[in-house]
Design a protein around this ligand. Structure first.
Ligand SMILES: [Zn+2]
Length: 162
């Protein structure tokens, strides 16, 4: 998993151009040290015609940074479907909010073809290292084992979008 970009490093600006690019667009922000609490990952704009989630997350991160409240655990705010957000469309080729089972993710990563396949891979480049390095529990999407079973996460991610 050496190819993965640590979101905190990316957000802080590591000097790595790829990480900086990721931090600019994908990572909306992070708050908290992670000590003594869970990792909470919020993804806004999974549907490109719903940008309000991105705006809300930017506001939450901004307020947290301004007020510096004690925060056990860590909040990571991430933008979802960047091409669809730019196009102000729900999705480009397929609904990004479908296909997050372990089996489906593995299939997508093996043979990425559609815009959202690559988008899913890019999200996983952020989410996998964050979840793997989380000291405590992880928030789990209802009915999905993906975030619960860290060992089941795909080890190999496809190359970046050409
Ligand atoms: Zn939606």
């Amino acid at each position: 998993m050496n190819e993965a970009v640590d979101p905190l490093t990316a957000a802080a600006g590591s000097g790595n151009p790829a990480a900086a690019e990721l931090a600019d667009e994908r990572i909306l922000g992070a708050y908290g040290s992670g000590d003594g609490g869970p990792l909470v990952v919020c993804v806004g704009g999974v549907h490109g015609n719903e940008p309000s989630g991105v705006v809300a997350l930017e506001r939450v991160i901004s307020r947290l940074r301004d007020r510096q409240p004690t925060f056990r655990g860590r909040l990571l705010a991430v933008a979802g479907n960047l091409p669809a957000l730019r196009a102000e469309r729900r999705f480009i080729d397929r609904d990004l909010n479908r296909g997050w089972s372990v089996r489906r993710v593995s299939e997508v990563l093996e043979r990425p073809a559609m815009t959202e396949d690559f988008e899913q891979a890019e999200l996983l480049r952020v989410l996998v290292p964050a979840i793997r390095s989380a000291p405590g529990s992880c928030l789990r999407a209802r009915g999905q084992r993906l975030l619960e079973d860290r060992a089941a996460w795909p080890v190999t991610l496809p190359p970046r979008r050409p």
